[in-house]
Design a protein around this ligand. Structure first.
Ligand code: NAP
Length: 380
């Protein structure tokens, strides 16, 4: 495998980030005589996969409608694709079949597809039909980079849970609001713009009732993602939030409530046509919420506070391996102080340093005067 071509396929795959869910981001290039003759990436779930688009591109350039008209077209070509080609009939026909039909003799693959309907079956199909398959060396820097762009998809396929990112704008002393509850704004406009774009790459954004009450956030998608239907998930135990809050502006919202909600509130939410789901207020109930969301194909969830919700997710994560996966903290050069002002993570916390959540990868950069700190707790 010539890494330069797989790197190009990876670069193309990246273009799909934030658009392809519940499908993974995939890029493909076709190489002939040492040169790239076609390249493509998967743009959206339900649309054609990268490898099929690349094959079609070559045929278009050659002016032929079916490969039968020029059976040798792909004989000396190598297909580079970042993810194992699918082998099942999903929203589109199996790519492995299209690759064999095109006449490829060699395919280089970035990683095996963990999705259980594929999971090696695409590779098996290719090999059974005389195609040489070369997989990117597991553990190599390139293989890790290929996995890194599809972390939510991999976690979801392997565990049936969504990938969770906790985001917060905070002061240097870890506060997300003052003692009077004021939180606008701790981090800079530049940080908030960055955070909104990171949110927009996800499938859903989750907040607690305290945050909706205090800030009335819009929780919308922005930038190139602005037309995306980002789902808003609200934890509102008592269903006490006014329906005039912006999170309830359209159907893209799911509200979880507990036994604390009275029948009047339940019927008001129902009358407003809001999707409400009963849960229990304990940590087991919270885990069930995430399992439910994963079943609904939400792979990538952005947690936007507040302190109580962060604390519960943290507490659950210290008990339940693999729940919280990444933090994205925008740290402003301010001190807020006060034992009554809210800390970024409430809840019970851990009693021993040995039980703290540790990061495997930490990246930080400055955004104006703020520090953006990103850390991964789990790598899939
Ligand atoms: N700087 C930042 O980045 C940032 C981000 C977000 C928020 N904030 C600030 O944080 C503050 C809000 O934080 P907070 O800790 O007070 O509130 P919160 O975490 O936003 O919400 C807590 C509420 O969520 C509900 N809830 C929690 N777990 C639940 C579950 N398992 N099922 C159903 N409902 C559940 C409960 O609603 P009930 O009220 O119905 O019991 C609970 O009181 C605000 O001041 C806000 O401005 C800052």
């Amino acid at each position: 495998m010539q890494e330069v071509f797989m790197k190009r396929a990876l670069l193309l795959a990246r273009k799909g980030i934030g658009f392809t869910s519940p499908n993974p981001c995939v890029g493909a290039v076709i190489v002939k005589g040492g040169e790239i003759i076609a390249e493509a990436y998967h743009k959206k779930a339900g649309q054609d996969h990268a490898e099929v688009l690349a094959i079609r591109e070559v045929m278009k350039k050659s002016g032929i409608k079916t490969v039968d008209l020029e059976p040798a077209l792909f004989h000396n070509a190598i297909l580079y694709v970042t993810l194992e080609p699918c082998s099942h009939n999903g929203k589109t026909p199996p790519c492995a079949k299209a690759i064999v039909a095109a006449g490829f003799k060699k395919v280089c693959i970035g990683m095996k597809d963990p999705f259980k309907k594929v999971n090696g079956k695409g590779i098996k199909y290719l090999k059974e039909h005389g195609v040489e398959v070369e997989l990117c060396r597991s553990g190599s820097a390139l293989a890790d980079e290929i996995r890194s762009i599809n972390q939510p998809f991999i976690k979801w396929a392997q565990s049936g849970l969504p990938y969770l990112t906790m985001k917060a704008g905070m002061s240097l002393d870890g506060k997300i609001a003052t003692c009077s509850g004021e939180s606008k704004w701790i981090s800079s406009e530049l940080s908030r713009k960055h955070a909104r774009l990171e949110r927009s790459k996800c499938d859903a954004v989750l907040v607690g009732a305290g945050t909706v009450r205090a800030d009335d956030p819009e929780l919308a998608a922005h930038g190139v993602y602005k037309n995306k239907d980002l789902i808003r998930i609200v934890l509102d135990a008592k269903l006490g939030l006014p329906l005039s809050k912006r999170v309830f502006r359209d159907d893209n919202v799911i509200v979880f409530y507990t036994h604390e909600a009275n029948s009047k509130a339940i019927s008001e939410f129902q009358k407003a046509g809001i999707d409400i789901r009963k849960t229990t207020s304990d940590l087991a109930g919270l885990k069930k919420i995430f399992k439910f969301l994963a079943k609904r194909d939400f792979q990538n969830i952005y947690i936007e506070g507040g302190s109580d919700v962060h604390g519960k997710i943290f507490d659950l994560s210290t008990r339940s391996n693999g729940l919280l996966d990444r933090v994205l903290f925008y740290i402003a050069p301010k001190l807020i102080g006060g034992s009554k002002s809210l800390s970024v993570i409430g809840g019970n916390g851990v009693d021993k340093i040995s039980k703290a959540l540790n990061f495997k990868n930490v990246n930080f950069e400055t955004l104006g005067d703020d520090i953006k700190l990103e850390g991964e707790i789990n790598i899939y």
